[in-house]
Design a protein. Structure first.
Length: 420
């Protein structure tokens, strides 16, 4: 007969989760155990982003390259980029950048032109759109303004990294600060890659949106790290627990909060992007909302699938948590060992208790009772003595002196006659 040690109480549930489990924070998703999947996904996205940025580059707006820009709304139902180029091709602007937003809003960008050439282009575009010349807005931008915006944004980004790293180091520790900074860099690279792949125009509003999404990405990461720090105090109280399993448990506990925060942040940005841009033709909103939308999505992803697995990887290298993992592995190996139960011996328990518990109390075989000693035969009965004899014998055996009256009743009668 064999018995198996009890399994270590770790998170091994593989049942399919429901929305109720997600809402009540009863999920057991294995984020850390499957971190290689998220690393593969993020690595692929980063490689695509870097490749697109190197080959295609960014579609920089007029604020960074300089030139002249025309913006108007056509009177007819919709506009076509090809028709707009045909309208100004005779003026030498067949290669101008044409952007159609919302179906009837048009933005045309070209190199810097003289005042006379600008008026000709304005008249051609007004004729195409069926509007007056005054309804076409014209703006001239020099490349130096865009360079200033870029340099200031880069300086702000560097200062931002130093300040955030210092705060997270004081608030938590340097490993959490490093994981958070890596997640922010991940978000920036992927957002830039989306602009490089799709060819969306990069404007100063896009740069401002880049700086805005960094705060949201860090906010969600700090929420997760705060829960991890709270659970670290109870680490080791569960048999077989490790730092990675504790981090995974923390992620499941704040998962619903992260989803709610991301949805609440994405809804107004989506309304700016799809309603404000495509319904009302707000071109300035499009540049800002598009970068925000992409950044918020990547920030919500990186706080769970990038920053936290990196933290678990760094912490598992510490001697304390490495020894904890080794002890947990030993417990798991011990739990999988089949221990033979010694044979039952008379007068001893049938099985060996483990950790103070009987392995199988139902299979205990009671030890045989010891042989009873032979009962002695009863002594033969003696003949009964007279009552007086038995009474005197009781008095003798009890140690009380015998009564004179009781022993000689005739003498007591004679003493009574003499007194009379």
């Amino acid at each position: 007969m064999t018995a198996t040690l009890p399994q270590t109480p770790v998170e091994t549930e593989h049942r399919r989760h429901t929305l109720a489990d997600l809402y009540h924070e009863r999920t057991h998703f294995q984020f850390i155990e499957r971190s290689w999947r998220w690393a593969l996904l993020s690595g692929t996205l980063i490689l695509i982003s870097l490749f697109a940025f190197t080959i295609k580059g960014l579609n920089l707006g007029i604020d960074f390259e300089g030139g002249t820009q025309w913006q108007f709304t056509v009177a007819k139902s919709s506009a076509s980029a090809g028709d707009v180029r045909d309208a100004i091709a005779s003026l030498g602007l067949g290669d101008a950048k044409v952007l159609i937003v919302g179906g009837n809003s048009v933005r045309v960008q070209s190199e810097d032109l003289s005042k006379v050439a600008q008026n000709k282009v304005t008249a051609a575009l007004a004729k195409y759109g069926g509007i007056a010349d005054q309804q076409v807005s014209v703006s001239n931008v020099g490349p130096t303004w865009g360079d200033k915006v870029s340099s200031k944004a880069l300086s702000a980004l560097i200062v931002f990294f130093f300040v955030i790293a210092g705060y997270l180091t004081v608030r938590f520790e340097w490993r959490m600060a490093l994981a958070a900074i890596i997640a922010v860099v991940h978000d920036i690279i992927i957002t830039v890659g989306v602009y490089a792949v799709t060819g969306f125009e990069v404007t100063p509003a896009t740069v401002v949106a880049f700086l805005t999404i960094l705060g949201f990405s860090l906010y969600d990461t700090v929420v997760v790290f705060d829960k991890v720090r709270d659970n670290t105090a109870r680490l080791g109280t569960v048999r077989g627990d490790t730092y990675s399993s504790m981090v995974n448990r923390s992620l499941n506990q704040v998962l619903m909060r992260s989803i709610n925060t991301s949805i609440v942040a994405l809804l107004p940005v989506a309304s700016l992007l799809f309603v404000g841009t495509y319904a009302f033709g707000g071109l300035a909103l499009k540049d800002f909302a598009l970068a925000l939308f992409v950044g918020l999505l990547t920030g919500a992803y990186s706080s769970i699938f990038v920053a936290t697995p990196i933290l678990a990887y760094l912490k598992e290298r510490q001697p304390r948590y490495r020894s904890l993992r080794e002890r947990a592995a030993a417990d798991l190996a011990k739990a999988a060992v089949v221990v033979p139960v010694p044979p039952v011996v008379a007068g001893e328990p049938a099985d060996v208790p483990v950790d103070g518990e009987d392995l199988d109390p139902g299979d205990d075989v009671p030890a045989p009772a010891p042989a009873a000693a032979p009962t002695p035969a009863p002594a033969p009965a003696r003949p009964s003595a007279p009552a007086s004899a038995s009474a005197s014998s009781r008095n003798v055996s009890s140690g009380a002196p015998p009564s004179r009256g009781a022993a000689n009743p005739r003498g007591r009668q004679q003493r009574g006659k003499k007194r009379r």
